[in-house]
Design a protein around this ligand. Structure first.
Ligand code: DPP
Ligand code: ZN
Length: 881
């Protein structure tokens, strides 16, 4: 697989203005006739050959301007169609290809999921439908005629608006869809199948009457209402918040059960993994509802950030993804609780993006080179990309930021843009030079900012010194260059140790923001009589690691008194992290005592719970949740022993459960839903459930016998999947017959609900016990499991590999072997999902020597297997480099 470099970008030599597709659906022999209106690109090389991309295509016929092509005029392989001397004027190519949707296990291009024809074209799937200039800067207007069997495919959907439908013989019918907005091929989609439907109407602020519809498996229409409502709320929010209105007469969402990603923003026809559409209280947890809402919003918001303004090339992926994640995060924050959502965002970033940025797969938010673009749909491009946009807003202020967004959308509408175009809009509105800020897009690795404070009582000043350091990271594209200082917005304030803000002033702090833009800088506050406690990086104002040597009492003061909710939570996390790291480093055995530091933490949490838990249960649940094992591993950084981390965490959980037990039980009772209360997925109700279940979890850690009794009672009585699954999770941690019986009952009860079985698979795959490996192997033989379905693989094998550190990193290497074996078994079917699974090895260099050698040999075994897909060979190669 050859390397593609940003530095080598050249405009296409030819453009395609219009595409007329005629797709005759057939399970194994689908025929596609593409009529392409081409012309030389004035910005391209005159007379260059025309090379159209293809992938596993069978060419049936080709004509140029209505005539067969002469001998030697074209070369055809399954991967490319080359026209050696294209006309140097507008011309029409008509190409007929045949594809086999039923044999398409890669789930890229046209495939079938549960009998439904559907497509996935991002990043490069359209070339699996017809020969094309499959690059995002070639934008065309599409008209698509879809013909199918009336029985098998009563629903026929395409991009844009429906313009015609009718009969096509005794058994077949057709529909013609026209999308007036020019778009790149990756946004093409079609669907054909038997589907149930729910619909609603939305009138845009421009007065357009839009029909919104959500299509799901027949019989599951009742589970589509929440998603339907989320579409309408997303449309309203984007109008209110960014002044962006929808631009077609219909907006369709289709849920399919076999899907590589979460969802896809095809113009006017979003196709979703059904996991992110279907919801009912009995089958979906509160987390599912929140994810559905966020992903519906995300894909809808792409209509502007991604579709109306698309990417010039795939190096610019963050231009649409980082921005759109930022937009969906803002939506969720507005619809739910902003501090609670911010904490959730940061937990994801630290659990997924920080390790990526610290491991062998580290890459800049805008990569400079790739071998396989599908491997760059990463936490770095998405989540860190969103943080960059958020920093931009912090630096410019919300009004200037909004004007910059308006300018970006209006100047780049209808174009394939770059990160430079994006930044230029904000530079123009703010009058600021953003060249230095742009380094965030180019430099990989998580910066560390060390903070030290000093109070001078005589001068009544308080100074804060910030020192930023950046890892030096070599990538395939570039040797390790010395990193340059980044522009880091530090939102901060001073807190009085006994509570209350300190009315200090510092010239360089504007609206609570200090901008750190050099390697080291000192900020001086004046009129500070007594030593304050600094609260820095409020709201996690930059994606950095903060080294701030606060005392325990200072952290406790922040937990109790900071006006910034994020930093209150952070104070509790930091206190817990210190205990966890110290115990894990010491290799401490499982024990009843976490030491005096732990005692200080539990006393502070007791005070906190008494004062505030009932007022904001969702926040309280987060404060009670200890940093995850992977986060502790990152903090330790090298020679990590996952078992020691697990023991440290377990010991502290036991201590919290014991010291807070009666309070936690009291909160469970106080927050109980009255019997028969109607279900609501809203944030407040979900928050109550989350605190009740966090309490149950800690109580059970300290007293498994009492815990399992409570959990089994909850399992039997629960009215929601949230409560049932939380109870089952508690039960799953206590070995014994009760556990096996409860698991078996649950599996039986939901044997016809694949999405619920996914939760059941995941929960079992995450049991931190040596028997889990065999359990996972056993479940791979379960009738509901299939390597062909990405959700099944993710719930069982990826949960084990990514979310069960002690068992994936078993000292005997059997966890690595299992993951490697599944990667290889899967690679021939679905390389994208296989490659994603292989990223579980991302942390292999961090673990202690014995494990490291076993991980390396498993990775080498994968890397040395002949016939690997480009996807897996890319991940394996970079992981070992
Ligand atoms: N479907 C993926 C997303 O929306 C890729 N565009 O992020
Ligand atoms: Zn996206």
């Amino acid at each position: 697989q050859s390397i593609v470099r940003l530095a080598d970008y050249r405009p296409s030599d030819y453009l395609i203005d219009r595409v007329d597709l005629d797709v005759r659906l057939h399970p194994t022999e689908t025929r596609v006739t593409a009529t392409l209106a081409l012309r030389p690109n004035p910005g391209g090389e005159p007379g260059a050959p025309l090379r159209l991309d293809g992938d596993e295509l069978t060419l049936l016929a080709i004509a140029l301007d209505g005539q067969p092509t002469g001998p030697g005029a074209i070369d055809v392989t399954p991967r490319a169609l080359t026209l050696h001397q294209p006309p140097q004027r507008p011309f029409v190519l008509e190409i007929e290809t045949q594809v086999n949707p039923s044999a398409n296990t890669k789930l890229m291009g046209l495939y079938r999921s549960n009998g439904v024809y559907c497509t996935q074209c991002e990043a490069d799937g359209f070339r699996r439908i017809t020969y094309f200039l499959d690059r995002p800067d070639v934008m065309a207007v599409y008209t698509t005629r879809i013909e199918g069997n009336r029985e098998a495919a009563p629903v026929l959907l395409g991009n844009g608006n429906l313009v015609e439908r009718g009969e096509a013989g005794p058994e077949r019918h057709y529909a013609v869809w026209h999308d007036p907005h020019p778009k790149p091929a990756y946004l093409f989609a079609l669907v054909g199948g038997r589907l149930g439907r729910v619909a609603a109407r939305f009138t845009t602020m421009e007065g357009r009457d839009v029909e919104i519809a959500v299509y799901v498996e027949p019989g599951k229409e009742g589970r589509a209402d929440f998603a339907l409502d989320a579409v309408a709320r997303s449309m309203a929010w984007d109008e209110r918040t960014f002044g962006r209105a929808y631009d077609l007469d219909v907006f369709n969402v289709v849920a399919v059960s076999d899907f590589n990603m979460g969802a896809m923003e095809n113009k006017g026809l979003n196709i979703f993994n059904d996991k992110y559409v279907l919801a009912s209280p009995d089958t979906a947890t509160d987390a599912d509802y929140a994810n559905i809402e966020a992903i519906i919003a995300h894909e809808y918001f792409h209509n502007w950030s991604g579709n109306r303004v698309t990417c010039r090339d795939w190096f610019q992926l963050c231009l649409k993804e980082g921005l759109t994640v930022f937009r969906d995060q803002e939506f969720s924050s507005d619809e739910r609780s902003r501090p609670v959502h911010r904490i959730a965002e940061v937990r994801t970033l630290r659990a997924r993006q920080f390790p990526e940025d610290a491991g062998p797969l580290a890459h800049p938010v805008r990569p400079q080179a790739y071998r396989e673009i599908n491997n760059f749909y990463t936490a770095t491009v998405y989540e860190k990309g969103a943080e960059i946009v958020r920093m931009l807003r912090t630096l410019l202020g919300p009004e200037t930021f909004r004007r910059g967004m308006d300018r970006y959308f209006s100047t780049c509408d209808g174009t394939a843009a770059t990160v430079e175009d994006f930044l230029a809009a904000f530079a123009a509105e703010s009058g600021r030079d953003l060249a230095t800020f742009a380094r965030w897009y180019a430099q990989a690795g998580t910066p560390t900012v060390a903070v030290t404070g000093a109070h001078d009582p005589a001068a009544r000043t308080y100074s804060l010194t910030f020192r930023q350091s950046l890892p030096r990271i070599a990538t395939e594209a570039s040797a390790a260059a010395a990193p340059e200082p980044l522009v880091i917005p530090v939102v901060l304030g001073l807190v009085a140790p006994a509570g209350g803000a300190v009315a200090a002033r510092a010239e360089r702090v504007r609206d609570g923001v200090f901008v750190l833009d050099r390697a080291e800088d000192t900020l001086v506050f004046t009129e500070v009589a007594t030593a304050p406690v600094p609260s820095v990086f409020r709201g996690f104002s930059a994606p950095v690691k903060v080294e701030h040597a606060l005392t325990r009492d200072e952290r406790l003061a922040l937990l109790a008194h900071d006006s910034d909710a994020f930093n209150r939570w952070q104070a509790a996390q930091s206190l817990a992290m210190e205990v966890l790291v110290a115990r894990a480093r010491a290799g401490a055995p499982l024990g009843p005592e976490a030491g005096p530091e732990g005692a200080g933490l539990t006393a502070a949490l007791a005070t906190f719970l008494d004062a505030e838990a009932l007022a904001d249960p969702a926040f309280a649940a987060l404060v009670l949740t200890l940093p995850g094992e992977q986060e502790v591993a990152q903090a330790i950084g090298a020679e990590v022993d996952p078992d020691a981390i697990w023991r440290a965490r377990q010991t502290l959980r036991v201590q919290l459960g014991r010291d807070l037990g009666s309070r936690l039980l009291g909160l469970r009772d106080a927050l109980a839903e009255p019997p028969g209360a109607p279900f609501s997925p809203d944030a407040a109700s979900a928050g109550r459930r989350s605190l009740r279940n966090a309490a149950l979890d800690l109580v059970a850690a300290a007293d498994p016998e009492a815990g399992i009794a409570l959990a089994i009672a909850q399992l039997d009585a629960a009215a929601t999947m949230t409560d049932r699954l939380a109870a089952l999770a508690v039960v799953s941690l206590v070995p014994g017959e009760a556990r096996e019986a409860a698991l078996a009952r649950f599996g039986e009860a939901y044997r016809h609900e694949p999405l619920v079985l996914d939760k059941w698979f995941a929960l079992q795959a995450m049991i931190p016990e040596a028997g889990t490996l065999e359990r996972v192997r056993g479940l791979m033989r379960h009738p509901a499991f299939s390597l062909g379905n990405p959700n099944r693989v993710r719930s069982l094998v990826a949960s084990f590999s990514l979310n069960n550190p002690t068992q994936f990193h078993r000292p005997d290497g059997a966890g690595y072997d299992l993951a490697a074996e599944v990667v290889l078994a899967l690679d021939g079917k679905n390389p994208q999902v296989a490659a994603r699974l292989l990223t579980a090895f991302n942390t292999w260099r961090m673990v202690e020597d014995g494990r490291r050698r076993r991980a390396e040999s498993a990775l080498r075994r994968v890397a040395g297997t002949p016939g690997l897909s480009p996807d897996v060979s890319d991940i394996a190669g970079r992981s070992l480099a």
